[in-house]
Design a binder for this molecule. Sequence first.
Ligand SMILES: Cc1ncc(C[n+]2csc(CCOP(=O)(O)OP(=O)(O)O)c2C)c(N)n1
Length: 236
Amino acid sequence: MDIRDKVALVGGIGCSGWIPVYIDVDTLHVLHGRAIPFASGLKMSDPSRKVIVFTGDGDCLGIGGNHFIHGARRNIDITVIMVHNQIYGMTGGQVAPTTPSHGKTKTSPYGNPEIPFDGCALAKAAGATFVARWTTAHPRQLSKTIAEAIDHEGFSFIEVLTQCPTQAGRVIYGVADPAQLLDMLKANTINVNAAKNKSIEELTGKILIGNLYHDDERLEFASNYYKKISKLAASC
Ligand SMILES: Cc1ncc(C[n+]2csc(CCOP(=O)(O)OP(=O)(O)O)c2C)c(N)n1
């Protein structure tokens, strides 16, 4: 069987929503914030497919935030890869629900007065059964985790912290050099296993990366739904 019959990719709107368009498998490029409901419909209509969503932090946690929590709550077997650049990049650098507090953007010129969402904590609290965070400075670890997430039966969420030299780098950090931004991603993160032996002082200001949460026990939505339907049909 061709890989194209086993996989489908879904992208929302934003810079990262374009990722599926460059990959030669079945692809849906859908409305801003609506990648997860389209992916859920696709999964329900063909549960044999592995469905992978590419979404931005604004797409996933801003306009699409409600769909995100309900996808996680249902534990439907889709993999959501959220490319997190801390800003609305495609539209010119507006504040996002993930922009750091005090971060200056085009629409928060005096500093963001809000507290940002932690996408991984939100995913876990809502019911996701596989949660991980890496950065674009950790490509090998990220590839391995993506493969594990696709294999996982349930709602898997991977947050990928990424450089954005065009918008967030310039306006939030005053840095436009992609290599320097990658170095900052390395310096500002710590592996969850290494963090276990560190003091509070050593962990201050660090973002945890790695495979953060995994649960194989909870029922997956699509397979459970079809099991129930066939049981009911058999009893008619
Ligand atoms: C319904 C709707 N509202 C607003 C927009 C405008 N819009 C396009 S992309 C975008 C922000 C995308 O931000 P994010 O998801 O963080 O992706 P990035 O471009 O930063 O990768 C917005 C607000 C739209 N296309 N559709």
